[in-house]
Write a protein that binds this ligand. Structure first.
Ligand code: DSN
Length: 412
Protein backbone atom coordinates (compact mmCIF):
# COMPACT_ATOMS: atom_id res chain seq x y z
CA UNK A 1 0.00 0.00 0.00
CA UNK A 2 2.73 2.39 1.12
CA UNK A 3 4.90 1.57 -1.89
CA UNK A 4 1.96 2.02 -4.25
CA UNK A 5 1.30 5.46 -2.83
CA UNK A 6 4.97 6.40 -3.14
CA UNK A 7 5.00 5.32 -6.76
CA UNK A 8 1.79 7.26 -7.30
CA UNK A 9 3.41 10.46 -6.01
CA UNK A 10 6.38 10.04 -8.34
CA UNK A 11 4.14 9.21 -11.26
CA UNK A 12 1.88 12.24 -10.74
CA UNK A 13 4.83 14.61 -10.43
CA UNK A 14 6.36 13.23 -13.61
CA UNK A 15 3.06 13.62 -15.42
CA UNK A 16 2.76 17.23 -14.25
CA UNK A 17 6.32 17.99 -15.39
CA UNK A 18 5.75 16.46 -18.79
CA UNK A 19 2.31 17.93 -19.39
CA UNK A 20 2.46 21.53 -18.18
CA UNK A 21 6.18 22.08 -18.81
CA UNK A 22 6.72 20.29 -22.10
CA UNK A 23 3.37 19.92 -23.80
CA UNK A 24 1.22 22.95 -23.00
CA UNK A 25 0.98 26.54 -24.15
CA UNK A 26 0.75 28.16 -20.71
CA UNK A 27 -1.28 31.35 -20.71
CA UNK A 28 -2.32 31.68 -17.06
CA UNK A 29 -1.58 35.35 -16.32
CA UNK A 30 -0.50 34.69 -12.72
CA UNK A 31 2.12 32.03 -13.44
CA UNK A 32 5.67 31.97 -14.71
CA UNK A 33 8.75 29.78 -14.82
CA UNK A 34 11.94 30.36 -12.86
CA UNK A 35 15.34 30.41 -14.52
CA UNK A 36 17.57 27.28 -14.40
CA UNK A 37 19.85 28.92 -11.82
CA UNK A 38 16.93 29.98 -9.62
CA UNK A 39 15.63 26.40 -9.78
CA UNK A 40 19.08 25.03 -8.94
CA UNK A 41 19.29 26.92 -5.62
CA UNK A 42 15.64 26.36 -4.69
CA UNK A 43 16.20 23.20 -2.65
CA UNK A 44 19.16 24.30 -0.52
CA UNK A 45 19.50 23.47 3.18
CA UNK A 46 17.71 26.76 3.88
CA UNK A 47 14.45 24.89 3.31
CA UNK A 48 14.99 23.16 6.67
CA UNK A 49 15.86 26.19 8.78
CA UNK A 50 14.37 28.92 10.90
CA UNK A 51 15.34 32.58 10.96
CA UNK A 52 12.64 34.70 12.58
CA UNK A 53 13.34 38.40 12.58
CA UNK A 54 15.66 40.59 10.54
CA UNK A 55 19.15 39.70 9.25
CA UNK A 56 21.78 39.69 12.02
CA UNK A 57 19.02 40.22 14.63
CA UNK A 58 17.51 36.74 14.67
CA UNK A 59 15.75 34.79 17.36
CA UNK A 60 17.76 31.67 16.40
CA UNK A 61 21.39 30.64 16.03
CA UNK A 62 22.79 29.13 12.84
CA UNK A 63 21.58 31.83 10.48
CA UNK A 64 24.79 33.49 9.27
CA UNK A 65 24.36 32.41 5.63
CA UNK A 66 20.63 33.14 5.65
CA UNK A 67 21.54 36.61 6.95
CA UNK A 68 23.97 37.07 4.06
CA UNK A 69 21.44 35.99 1.43
CA UNK A 70 18.57 37.97 2.92
CA UNK A 71 20.73 41.11 3.12
CA UNK A 72 21.66 40.62 -0.52
CA UNK A 73 17.98 40.15 -1.45
CA UNK A 74 17.06 43.38 0.36
CA UNK A 75 19.85 45.32 -1.39
CA UNK A 76 18.89 43.91 -4.78
CA UNK A 77 15.18 44.61 -4.16
CA UNK A 78 15.94 48.20 -3.21
CA UNK A 79 18.01 48.58 -6.36
CA UNK A 80 15.59 46.96 -8.80
CA UNK A 81 12.49 48.73 -7.47
CA UNK A 82 14.35 51.98 -6.64
CA UNK A 83 13.02 51.99 -3.09
CA UNK A 84 14.46 52.41 0.39
CA UNK A 85 12.78 49.59 2.32
CA UNK A 86 12.33 46.26 0.56
CA UNK A 87 10.99 43.42 2.71
CA UNK A 88 10.93 39.91 1.16
CA UNK A 89 9.40 38.15 4.16
CA UNK A 90 5.67 37.98 3.27
CA UNK A 91 5.15 34.42 2.07
CA UNK A 92 2.51 35.26 -0.57
CA UNK A 93 0.84 38.20 -2.27
CA UNK A 94 -2.29 37.88 -0.13
CA UNK A 95 -0.20 37.80 3.05
CA UNK A 96 1.73 40.84 1.78
CA UNK A 97 -1.59 42.70 1.43
CA UNK A 98 -2.66 41.52 4.88
CA UNK A 99 0.62 42.77 6.37
CA UNK A 100 -0.10 46.23 4.93
CA UNK A 101 -3.73 46.15 6.11
CA UNK A 102 -2.55 45.19 9.60
CA UNK A 103 0.04 47.98 9.52
CA UNK A 104 -2.12 50.81 8.18
CA UNK A 105 -5.70 50.07 9.19
CA UNK A 106 -7.84 49.11 12.17
CA UNK A 107 -10.85 46.78 12.02
CA UNK A 108 -13.88 48.85 11.05
CA UNK A 109 -11.88 51.20 8.80
CA UNK A 110 -12.97 51.70 5.21
CA UNK A 111 -10.76 51.03 2.19
CA UNK A 112 -11.43 52.03 -1.42
CA UNK A 113 -11.02 49.01 -3.68
CA UNK A 114 -11.96 47.62 -7.07
CA UNK A 115 -14.80 45.11 -7.35
CA UNK A 116 -13.59 41.65 -8.36
CA UNK A 117 -15.28 41.82 -11.83
CA UNK A 118 -13.53 45.17 -12.36
CA UNK A 119 -10.20 43.51 -11.66
CA UNK A 120 -9.83 43.73 -7.88
CA UNK A 121 -8.11 40.78 -6.27
CA UNK A 122 -10.04 38.75 -3.67
CA UNK A 123 -7.59 39.93 -1.01
CA UNK A 124 -8.88 43.52 -1.54
CA UNK A 125 -12.44 42.45 -0.90
CA UNK A 126 -14.63 41.71 2.10
CA UNK A 127 -15.03 38.13 0.95
CA UNK A 128 -11.24 37.84 1.27
CA UNK A 129 -8.36 39.36 3.19
CA UNK A 130 -9.90 42.82 3.73
CA UNK A 131 -12.89 41.10 5.32
CA UNK A 132 -10.62 38.97 7.50
CA UNK A 133 -9.09 42.22 8.78
CA UNK A 134 -12.63 43.49 9.51
CA UNK A 135 -12.42 46.29 6.96
CA UNK A 136 -15.32 47.89 5.14
CA UNK A 137 -14.97 48.55 1.44
CA UNK A 138 -16.04 51.23 -0.96
CA UNK A 139 -15.90 50.16 -4.62
CA UNK A 140 -14.14 52.72 -6.79
CA UNK A 141 -15.97 53.88 -9.93
CA UNK A 142 -14.76 51.89 -12.93
CA UNK A 143 -15.06 52.67 -16.64
CA UNK A 144 -15.55 49.32 -18.34
CA UNK A 145 -14.92 50.77 -21.80
CA UNK A 146 -11.55 52.15 -20.75
CA UNK A 147 -10.99 49.21 -18.37
CA UNK A 148 -9.71 51.59 -15.74
CA UNK A 149 -10.63 53.45 -12.57
CA UNK A 150 -12.58 56.64 -13.18
CA UNK A 151 -10.52 59.14 -11.14
CA UNK A 152 -12.93 62.00 -12.01
CA UNK A 153 -15.91 60.16 -10.54
CA UNK A 154 -13.83 59.26 -7.53
CA UNK A 155 -13.84 62.95 -6.62
CA UNK A 156 -17.52 62.57 -5.72
CA UNK A 157 -16.75 60.00 -3.06
CA UNK A 158 -13.95 62.13 -1.61
CA UNK A 159 -16.02 62.96 1.44
CA UNK A 160 -16.21 59.29 2.40
CA UNK A 161 -13.76 58.59 5.17
CA UNK A 162 -11.33 56.29 3.40
CA UNK A 163 -8.33 55.00 5.33
CA UNK A 164 -6.51 53.30 2.47
CA UNK A 165 -6.89 53.13 -1.30
CA UNK A 166 -5.99 49.80 -2.87
CA UNK A 167 -4.87 49.94 -6.49
CA UNK A 168 -3.60 47.20 -8.77
CA UNK A 169 -5.41 43.95 -9.38
CA UNK A 170 -5.84 40.67 -11.19
CA UNK A 171 -7.52 41.85 -14.36
CA UNK A 172 -5.07 44.57 -15.22
CA UNK A 173 -4.69 45.84 -18.77
CA UNK A 174 -3.64 49.47 -18.27
CA UNK A 175 -1.68 51.41 -15.65
CA UNK A 176 -3.95 52.70 -12.89
CA UNK A 177 -4.23 56.48 -12.42
CA UNK A 178 -2.08 56.56 -9.28
CA UNK A 179 -1.09 60.20 -9.69
CA UNK A 180 -4.63 61.41 -10.31
CA UNK A 181 -5.98 59.44 -7.36
CA UNK A 182 -3.25 60.83 -5.11
CA UNK A 183 -4.37 64.32 -6.16
CA UNK A 184 -8.05 63.52 -5.52
CA UNK A 185 -7.55 61.83 -2.16
CA UNK A 186 -4.46 63.84 -1.11
CA UNK A 187 -3.41 62.53 2.31
CA UNK A 188 -5.10 59.11 2.06
CA UNK A 189 -2.52 56.35 1.91
CA UNK A 190 -2.26 54.31 -1.28
CA UNK A 191 -1.38 50.62 -1.37
CA UNK A 192 -0.49 49.44 -4.87
CA UNK A 193 -0.86 45.67 -5.37
CA UNK A 194 1.75 45.01 -8.06
CA UNK A 195 1.43 41.22 -8.11
CA UNK A 196 0.48 40.90 -11.76
CA UNK A 197 2.70 43.59 -13.20
CA UNK A 198 5.78 43.46 -10.95
CA UNK A 199 8.03 42.11 -13.71
CA UNK A 200 6.86 44.89 -16.02
CA UNK A 201 7.49 47.50 -13.32
CA UNK A 202 10.97 46.01 -12.81
CA UNK A 203 11.52 46.23 -16.57
CA UNK A 204 10.31 49.86 -16.64
CA UNK A 205 7.51 48.98 -19.02
CA UNK A 206 4.28 49.63 -17.11
CA UNK A 207 4.12 52.28 -14.41
CA UNK A 208 6.26 53.21 -11.42
CA UNK A 209 3.83 53.26 -8.49
CA UNK A 210 6.14 54.75 -5.85
CA UNK A 211 7.18 57.64 -8.10
CA UNK A 212 3.54 58.28 -9.06
CA UNK A 213 2.32 58.58 -5.48
CA UNK A 214 1.75 55.13 -3.98
CA UNK A 215 2.89 54.94 -0.38
CA UNK A 216 3.56 51.23 -0.33
CA UNK A 217 3.69 48.37 -2.81
CA UNK A 218 2.70 44.79 -1.93
CA UNK A 219 3.18 41.95 -4.34
CA UNK A 220 3.68 38.32 -5.01
CA UNK A 221 6.93 37.30 -6.66
CA UNK A 222 5.93 34.85 -9.35
CA UNK A 223 3.70 36.32 -12.05
CA UNK A 224 5.35 38.65 -14.56
CA UNK A 225 8.20 38.72 -12.04
CA UNK A 226 9.54 35.19 -12.60
CA UNK A 227 10.68 34.35 -9.08
CA UNK A 228 9.85 31.63 -6.58
CA UNK A 229 6.28 31.70 -5.26
CA UNK A 230 6.12 34.16 -2.37
CA UNK A 231 5.47 37.79 -1.51
CA UNK A 232 7.09 41.12 -0.71
CA UNK A 233 6.37 44.66 0.46
CA UNK A 234 8.36 47.76 -0.47
CA UNK A 235 8.14 51.45 0.32
CA UNK A 236 10.20 54.62 0.65
CA UNK A 237 8.45 55.50 3.89
CA UNK A 238 10.43 54.45 6.94
CA UNK A 239 7.46 54.65 9.29
CA UNK A 240 5.37 52.40 7.04
CA UNK A 241 8.25 49.93 6.68
CA UNK A 242 8.50 49.67 10.47
CA UNK A 243 4.74 49.22 10.84
CA UNK A 244 4.80 46.51 8.16
CA UNK A 245 7.78 44.81 9.84
CA UNK A 246 5.81 44.74 13.11
CA UNK A 247 2.83 43.24 11.27
CA UNK A 248 5.11 40.58 9.78
CA UNK A 249 6.71 39.57 13.10
CA UNK A 250 5.26 39.07 15.64
CA UNK A 251 2.00 39.62 13.75
CA UNK A 252 1.53 37.30 10.82
CA UNK A 253 4.65 35.37 9.85
CA UNK A 254 7.08 33.58 12.12
CA UNK A 255 9.47 31.85 9.74
CA UNK A 256 9.45 33.37 6.28
CA UNK A 257 10.10 30.27 4.11
CA UNK A 258 13.83 30.69 3.70
CA UNK A 259 14.16 28.33 0.73
CA UNK A 260 12.74 31.13 -1.46
CA UNK A 261 15.52 33.57 -0.73
CA UNK A 262 18.41 32.25 -2.89
CA UNK A 263 16.05 31.85 -5.87
CA UNK A 264 14.66 35.32 -5.25
CA UNK A 265 18.21 36.72 -5.20
CA UNK A 266 19.00 35.07 -8.54
CA UNK A 267 15.74 36.37 -10.05
CA UNK A 268 16.41 39.91 -8.85
CA UNK A 269 19.91 39.80 -10.40
CA UNK A 270 18.55 38.41 -13.66
CA UNK A 271 15.80 41.04 -13.77
CA UNK A 272 18.39 43.79 -13.25
CA UNK A 273 20.30 42.35 -16.20
CA UNK A 274 17.54 41.21 -18.57
CA UNK A 275 14.32 42.71 -17.14
CA UNK A 276 13.89 45.57 -19.60
CA UNK A 277 14.20 43.37 -22.69
CA UNK A 278 11.87 40.74 -21.19
CA UNK A 279 9.23 43.30 -20.17
CA UNK A 280 9.41 44.97 -23.56
CA UNK A 281 8.93 41.72 -25.45
CA UNK A 282 6.13 40.66 -23.07
CA UNK A 283 4.09 43.76 -23.91
CA UNK A 284 4.85 43.42 -27.64
CA UNK A 285 3.62 39.83 -27.43
CA UNK A 286 0.40 40.62 -25.58
CA UNK A 287 -0.44 43.33 -28.09
CA UNK A 288 0.22 40.94 -30.96
CA UNK A 289 -1.81 38.10 -29.45
CA UNK A 290 -4.67 40.53 -28.81
CA UNK A 291 -4.68 42.05 -32.31
CA UNK A 292 -4.39 38.62 -33.96
CA UNK A 293 -7.32 37.22 -31.95
CA UNK A 294 -9.31 40.35 -32.77
CA UNK A 295 -8.60 40.04 -36.50
CA UNK A 296 -9.56 36.37 -36.37
CA UNK A 297 -13.01 37.24 -34.98
CA UNK A 298 -12.75 37.37 -31.18
CA UNK A 299 -14.20 40.14 -29.03
CA UNK A 300 -10.93 41.26 -27.47
CA UNK A 301 -11.40 44.13 -25.03
CA UNK A 302 -10.10 47.65 -25.64
CA UNK A 303 -9.27 47.64 -29.34
CA UNK A 304 -9.53 51.46 -29.24
CA UNK A 305 -6.63 51.57 -26.76
CA UNK A 306 -4.33 49.07 -28.46
CA UNK A 307 -5.90 46.24 -26.39
CA UNK A 308 -3.38 46.16 -23.54
CA UNK A 309 -0.29 47.69 -21.96
CA UNK A 310 0.38 44.70 -19.69
CA UNK A 311 1.02 40.97 -20.12
CA UNK A 312 -2.73 40.31 -20.23
CA UNK A 313 -5.21 39.91 -23.06
CA UNK A 314 -8.88 39.84 -22.10
CA UNK A 315 -11.54 38.35 -24.35
CA UNK A 316 -15.31 38.52 -23.97
CA UNK A 317 -16.37 35.03 -25.00
CA UNK A 318 -20.10 35.24 -24.33
CA UNK A 319 -20.67 34.59 -28.05
CA UNK A 320 -18.36 31.58 -27.89
CA UNK A 321 -20.19 29.63 -25.17
CA UNK A 322 -18.81 31.60 -22.22
CA UNK A 323 -15.64 31.60 -20.14
CA UNK A 324 -16.06 28.18 -18.52
CA UNK A 325 -16.63 26.22 -21.74
CA UNK A 326 -14.00 28.12 -23.70
CA UNK A 327 -11.30 27.62 -21.01
CA UNK A 328 -12.18 23.93 -20.67
CA UNK A 329 -12.21 23.37 -24.43
CA UNK A 330 -8.82 25.05 -24.78
CA UNK A 331 -7.43 22.84 -22.03
CA UNK A 332 -8.39 19.81 -24.14
CA UNK A 333 -6.07 21.30 -26.78
CA UNK A 334 -3.32 21.84 -24.15
CA UNK A 335 -3.82 25.61 -24.29
CA UNK A 336 -4.08 26.64 -20.65
CA UNK A 337 -5.83 29.85 -19.61
CA UNK A 338 -8.49 30.83 -17.09
CA UNK A 339 -12.10 31.91 -17.22
CA UNK A 340 -12.51 35.38 -15.76
CA UNK A 341 -15.21 37.70 -14.48
CA UNK A 342 -15.56 40.85 -16.58
CA UNK A 343 -16.95 44.21 -15.35
CA UNK A 344 -20.52 43.45 -16.43
CA UNK A 345 -20.58 40.13 -14.52
CA UNK A 346 -21.76 39.67 -10.93
CA UNK A 347 -19.59 38.10 -8.27
CA UNK A 348 -21.98 35.14 -8.40
CA UNK A 349 -21.03 34.46 -12.04
CA UNK A 350 -17.64 33.04 -10.97
CA UNK A 351 -18.46 29.54 -12.26
CA UNK A 352 -19.28 30.71 -15.76
CA UNK A 353 -18.11 34.27 -16.34
CA UNK A 354 -18.12 36.24 -19.58
CA UNK A 355 -14.43 36.19 -20.25
CA UNK A 356 -11.11 34.49 -20.52
CA UNK A 357 -7.82 36.06 -19.45
CA UNK A 358 -4.61 35.21 -21.29
CA UNK A 359 -1.10 36.08 -20.05
CA UNK A 360 1.90 35.90 -22.38
CA UNK A 361 4.73 36.27 -19.84
CA UNK A 362 5.62 32.57 -19.63
CA UNK A 363 5.58 32.11 -23.41
CA UNK A 364 7.80 35.18 -23.66
CA UNK A 365 10.25 33.64 -21.17
CA UNK A 366 10.56 30.60 -23.44
CA UNK A 367 11.61 32.80 -26.35
CA UNK A 368 8.32 33.29 -28.17
CA UNK A 369 7.90 36.51 -30.11
CA UNK A 370 5.20 38.13 -32.26
CA UNK A 371 5.09 35.41 -34.94
CA UNK A 372 4.48 32.75 -32.28
CA UNK A 373 1.66 34.90 -30.84
CA UNK A 374 -0.02 34.91 -34.23
CA UNK A 375 0.35 31.14 -34.38
CA UNK A 376 -1.19 30.74 -30.90
CA UNK A 377 -4.09 33.01 -31.88
CA UNK A 378 -4.64 30.79 -34.91
CA UNK A 379 -4.66 27.63 -32.78
CA UNK A 380 -7.19 29.20 -30.39
CA UNK A 381 -9.36 30.32 -33.32
CA UNK A 382 -9.36 26.87 -34.88
CA UNK A 383 -10.58 25.32 -31.63
CA UNK A 384 -13.08 27.95 -30.51
CA UNK A 385 -14.39 29.61 -33.68
CA UNK A 386 -13.79 27.04 -36.42
CA UNK A 387 -14.84 24.10 -34.26
CA UNK A 388 -11.83 21.86 -34.96
CA UNK A 389 -11.49 18.96 -32.53
CA UNK A 390 -9.33 20.13 -29.58
CA UNK A 391 -7.65 16.71 -29.43
CA UNK A 392 -6.42 17.13 -33.01
CA UNK A 393 -5.05 20.61 -32.34
CA UNK A 394 -3.42 19.26 -29.15
CA UNK A 395 -1.01 17.15 -31.24
CA UNK A 396 0.14 20.32 -33.02
CA UNK A 397 0.48 22.16 -29.71
CA UNK A 398 2.76 19.40 -28.37
CA UNK A 399 4.95 19.57 -31.48
CA UNK A 400 5.01 23.40 -31.37
CA UNK A 401 6.00 23.45 -27.69
CA UNK A 402 9.06 21.25 -28.37
CA UNK A 403 10.75 24.28 -29.94
CA UNK A 404 10.42 26.29 -26.71
CA UNK A 405 11.96 24.16 -24.00
CA UNK A 406 14.59 26.67 -22.84
CA UNK A 407 14.16 29.68 -20.56
CA UNK A 408 15.41 33.02 -21.89
CA UNK A 409 16.18 36.41 -20.27
CA UNK A 410 18.40 34.71 -17.70
CA UNK A 411 21.95 33.39 -17.19
CA UNK A 412 22.39 29.92 -18.66
N1 DSN B 1 -6.08 35.08 -8.31
C1 DSN B 1 -4.77 35.00 -8.88
C2 DSN B 1 -4.79 35.41 -10.30
O1 DSN B 1 -4.88 36.61 -10.62
O2 DSN B 1 -4.72 34.55 -11.13
C3 DSN B 1 -3.75 35.71 -8.12
O3 DSN B 1 -3.76 35.40 -6.78
Amino acid sequence: MCKQQLLKVLEVVEKQDTWRKKECINLIASENIMSPLAIEVFSSDMMHRYAEGLPYKRHYQGTKYVDEIETLVIDLGNKLFRCKHYDPRPISGMIANLCVFAALTEPGDKIANLKIPDGGHISHSIVGTAGVRGLKTLNMPFDSKEMNIDAEKLKKVKKEKIKLVVLGGSLFLFPHPVKEIKEVLDDTKILYDAAHVLGLIAGKRFQDPLREGADVVASSSHKTFPGPQGGMVYTDNEKISKQVAQAILPGLISNHHLFRLPSLAITLIEMLEFGEKYADQTVKNSKKLASSLYEMGFKVLCEHKGFTESHQVVVDVRENEGGKTVAETLERANIICNKNLLPWDNNEDTDDPSGIRLGVQECTRTGMNESEMEHIANLITRVIIKGEKPEKVREEVIQFKKEYSKTKYCFT
